[in-house]
Write a protein that binds this ligand. Sequence first.
Ligand SMILES: [Zn+2]
Ligand SMILES: [Zn+2]
Length: 317
Amino acid sequence: MKLVSRSEWGAAAPTGSYTRVGSTHGVKIHYEGSAVPGGLLGDHGRCASHVRDVQRAHINDPNEDWIDIAYSFLVCSHGYVFEGRGLGRRNGANGNSSLNGAHYAVCAMVGTSGVTSPTAAMLDGLVDAIEYCRAQGGAGGEVRGHRDGYATTCPGDELYGWVQRGAPRPGGAPSEPQPSGAGAGVYIVQPGDTLGALAGRFESTVTQFVTLNGLADPDRIQVGQQLQVPGPPFPGREHFVLGAHSPHAKRLQIWLQAGGWGPPYRVGPSEDMEALDLQKVAALQQHYIGDLGPADGLTGPLTWLFAFQTAHGLRGR
Ligand SMILES: [Zn+2]
Ligand SMILES: [Zn+2]
């Protein structure tokens, strides 16, 4: 992510104190709505100055008692993510204080004249900002438009359509590839193995083994036979962002520990996703950097599968 910190863009100090937010349901997407100078498109050197203009306009707005730029982040046509109020602080952009506390506000630097369409780099930057809010800011999985739950045309029809399609990266490629093929790997039957014991060992059921392998008689597995091991169904990314709490988180952490990824736990595993857990995920992703997406600590279906495989000896390293 190409993050531009407040000091890097020359932010003025806020005129009051922020309200803290520990977590949100997700992110709301905005656009500036007014004129955004077309000259910004070809000249990233002007973007910081434009963000300073937005901040000044917000703080001086006679109709709002804004203490700072209203947005959590702003994203320019070149894909840079400018830190507005940033993480852990309630924004001022979503319409009222309860809406502002419920979602981070990420603004695309497009408007109704001048720069009126998001570039591919901007969409990438918006996804970077969304993922950053999830990984570091306690944001949940929702991505909404400003107009969801508030009477406004923001973020404009083009960006709102993108939000409704699930805010994909340009080209529609997910940041992490989807797993392909059936099962999590192959196990070669050893003397003394029973399907019941194997199912327990691989966190599966006998039925799943039977179905996946098309076994006619589950009592008749042979030494040396190759069995496909059922893969664990992916429960959804929202269970593995920073601050998430669920039994799925604990399951992942047990695998990460068994696989020996990242720094060891002093206490754990637990049902809470903490910074150390994301570090462990990133260590796994870094090891398989060509196969998994970015080593961003965020768990998608393939990272989930790799964690399972490495914990159960189904993938070499
Ligand atoms: Zn808006
Ligand atoms: Zn720019």
